[in-house]
Each structure stands twice: as structure tokens, then as C-alpha cells.
Ligand binder design. Structure first.
Ligand code: DX5
Ligand code: ZN
Length: 218
């Protein structure tokens, strides 16, 4: 059985009780914690930044997955490197693609992986797949939690998995937005490795069960 990784998005957590709520999800079995940084510019919402992430990321026993939905991400890269990240994901739409190889080298030298994310209407950038550790397929328009999964994301995941196989590459495929047991199952079947999930996990009556249901997908 294929091992599925779960990355819980803190956007749906109880901000008045942030560390405890996030740690509860870690103790319930979430492998990764997903931090959605939004600048009110690249997306129509403002979330949180370096100081909020740092208040959790050093204290939990999980892989720190930072998703930057911001314009000019390179300007802030060194700031986010101070947040104890394991992975930093930038949006393909916000960077010049000829810089990606160098960014990966820069991050990998600091033991941090590089992810590149694509919005629902962005085509797969095949020419950069050699230079990323992970590709994040957005299955909703970025900006808000609790939206409905866009079905056409499945075709993208499938193509990314086929291309990886054919080209002998090893990037991970992560999917983000509208993930629950049903949509997560479909994503894993076509090749996804990491499922980001916010509302489905944080609002579940039994978080352990919700996370296990995502992980048990074949
Ligand atoms: C959306 C964010 C997602 C979001 C997922 O812009 O990138 O990570 O929090 O939330 P759910 O799982 O509720 O769709
Ligand atoms: Zn996200």
C-alpha cells in the first residue's frame, strides 16, 4: 500500500488557541503542518507571516510545510528561512522561471526543500519539473479554506505522475484545497503523495479518525 502523507492546514485552526490546536492535530497523526501565507495581493485575503509561524514551528514534532501565496516571494525568502521550515513552496505565477534552479540550490543547501505551486488555471510547467522537490497542485483558487475541490485537478495530478515516471524524476505531488476522504481518495489514485487538508481535519469530531481515513487511501 502506498504511503500517503497528510499536511494539515492551520488556516482552519482555532487562532485563539493556536499552538495547542495545531499540536493536537500533530498528536492526532498529521505528518506535516501546512502554513498558508497570504499577502492580500497575490490572493484576496491576508493571513499571517513569520512571527505567527515561528510561534508554532519550533515547538511541534512535524514537518513544516510553508505555502507562500505572496507576490515577490524572493524578497521574503530569508525571513521565512528563519521559521524552521522543511519545505518552502512558491507560486509559479510569482517568479521568473529561470531562477528556480538557483532557488532550489539555495534552499537545499540549508536543508530545505523547494516546492512550486500552480493555480487551477496554470498549465503544468514541464520544463521546470527537473528543478523542484515538490509540485503543489492547487485544487481550489488560492485564498480561502473550505472551498469545493475542482475536479479538473485530477487530470493534472495524473499527468504529473505519468511524466515523473516516464522521465525518471522524483518530485513529490502535493494537492491543496477541498480535500476530504472522497476527493483525497481520487487524488491518491491518480498519483498524489501529499494531501493538504484544513477544514476536513480541524472541524472533524474525531481528528485522529479523519487523518487516518486520509492516510489509509490506497
Ligand atoms: C487555500 C489554501 C489551503 C486551504 C485548504 O488557499 O492554500 O491550504 O487552507 O483548506 P481546505 O482543506 O479547507 O480546502
Ligand atoms: Zn495551502
Amino acid at each position: 500500500m502506498k504511503k500517503v502523507l497528510v499536511s494539515a492546514s492551520i488556516l482552519s485552526s482555532d487562532f485563539s488557541n493556536l499552538y495547542y490546536d495545531v499540536n493536537d492535530v500533530v498528536l492526532s497523526g498529521s505528518d506535516w503542518i501546512h502554513y498558508d501565507v497570504m499577502d492580500g495581493n497575490f490572493v484576496n485575503n491576508i493571513s499571517f507571516g513569520v512571527s505567527v509561524i515561528s510561534s508554532i514551528s519550533f515547538k511541534i514534532n512535524a514537518f513544516n510545510d510553508i505555502h507562500l501565496m505572496i507576490n515577490e516571494p524572493l524578497k521574503y525568502l530569508d525571513d521565512f528561512l528563519k521559521c524552521n521550515p522543511n519545505l518552502i513552496t512558491l507560486h509559479y505565477e510569482t517568479i521568473e522561471k529561470n531562477k528556480i534552479k538557483n532557488i532550489k540550490e539555495y534552499l537545499n543547501n540549508k536543508n530545505v526543500k523547494l516546492g512550486i505551486s500552480i493555480k487551477p488555471n496554470t498549465d503544468i510547467p514541464y520544463d521546470i519539473l527537473n528543478d523542484v522537490d515538490l509540485i503543489l497542485v492547487m485544487s481550489v483558487e488560492p485564498g480561502f479554506g473550505g472551498q469545493k475541490f475542482i475536479d479538473s485537478s485530477l487530470e493534472k495530478i495524473k499527468k504529473l505522475a505519468q511524466y515523473r515516471e516516464k522521465s525518471n524524476l522524483s518530485y513529490l505531488i502535493e494537492v491543496d484545497g477541498g480535500i476530504n476522504q472522497e476527493t483525497g481518495n481520487k487524488c491518491v489514485k491518480v498519483g498524489a503523495d501529499v494531501l493538504v487538508s484544513g477544514s476536513y481535519i480541524f472541524k472533524a469530531k474525531d481528528r485522529k479518525e479523519a487523518i487516518n481515513k486520509l492516510k489509509e487511501l490506497v
